[in-house]
Design a binder for this molecule. Structure first.
Ligand code: NAP
Length: 242
């Protein structure tokens, strides 16, 4: 029996990469799922997958987690996400809308569904973490799809956690928000014009004033939660509350 396995979507950069590197530092094995990869490590398995291509994902899902059953602890982290096209409704490129919901909502819910199916009777530790955002709770102009998708993922997380409790299935299921983290997603936000997103200056100021967290710093905070999950009964968590 091997030790811990972290299955992390969007492990090639940003928050997902920080989480993958931290998991590897602890001696865990990591499966990273993204379109590209930037980690080379003997315990890192690169799974190249466009998670917005749902028909491919669905074909692969039945056998996706088969080898994970060799581990004592399995953590699925649904992290990959996109802001999509930042613009007010009426100016958004139509083709960007389904892709955003496929990646931010359908892919993580499909992965959760298969994970719960496959590990129902697994007696080891089994954890699902969805990367949440304040945008799922607050209406931000220019971010309609992103806000709606994060609200949907939050609700899917709450339902999954409620069902796990009702079924006594032993899954720990949480949505954890990272705060504002200095990744490519933030670069995209700062490159927007005010007409598309009125709050752009706030994000530019935060960057200038060094108020953004780094990927490693935020990964440490996530691992504080992972190591102390029993202390945090809430389903919805935020690393800024640590
Ligand atoms: N940064 C923040 O301030 C912030 C705040 C709140 C919440 N979040 C959330 O945190 C998560 C990570 O954000 P981030 O800032 O780290 O973003 P990021 O730097 O843009 O990284 C996104 C990751 O998702 C992967 N990804 C994107 N499209 C994909 C696709 N179609 N298929 C598979 N993988 C895909 C990317 O890998 P490839 O390009 O290699 O596929 C990359 O590894 C997201 O869910 C985001 O909503 C971020």
């Amino acid at each position: 029996m091997k030790n811990s396995l972290f299955i992390i979507t969007g492990a090639s950069k940003g928050i997902g990469k920080g989480l993958a590197e931290k998991a590897l530092d602890t001696g865990a094995h990591v499966w990273g799922i993204s379109r590209s990869h930037s980690i080379e490590h003997q315990n890192y398995k690169a799974i190249t997958q466009d998670l917005a291509e749902l028909s491919n994902l669905q074909k692969e899902l039945p056998q996706f987690f088969a080898e994970a059953k060799a581990y004592e602890k399995i953590v699925l982290i649904n992290n990959a996400g996109t802001l999509g096209d930042i613009a007010h409704l009426g100016s958004i490129k139509n083709e960007s809308i389904p892709m955003l919901f496929d990646l931010n909502v359908s892919a993580p819910v499909l992965l959760m569904n298969q994970f719960i199916k496959d590990f129902k009777d697994f007696s080891g530790e089994k954890v699902i973490i969805n990367i949440s955002s304040g945008a799922g709770k607050n209406a931000v102009d220019g971010w309609s799809g992103y806000c709606a998708s994060k609200a949907a993922l939050d609700m899917a997380t709450k339902v999954a956690a409620k069902e796990a409790e009702m079924d006594g299935s032993g899954f720990v299921i949480k949505a954890i928000a990272p705060g504002v983290v200095d990744t490519e997603m933030q670069t995209q936000i700062r490159s927007t014009n005010k007409k598309s997103f009125s709050g752009v200056d706030k994000f530019k100021n935060m960057k200038e004033e060094n108020q953004l967290s780094g990927e490693q710093e935020v990964a440490e905070k996530y691992f504080h939660y992972f190591d102390n999950l029993a202390q945090y009964p809430e389903v919805m968590l935020d690393v800024r509350n640590l």
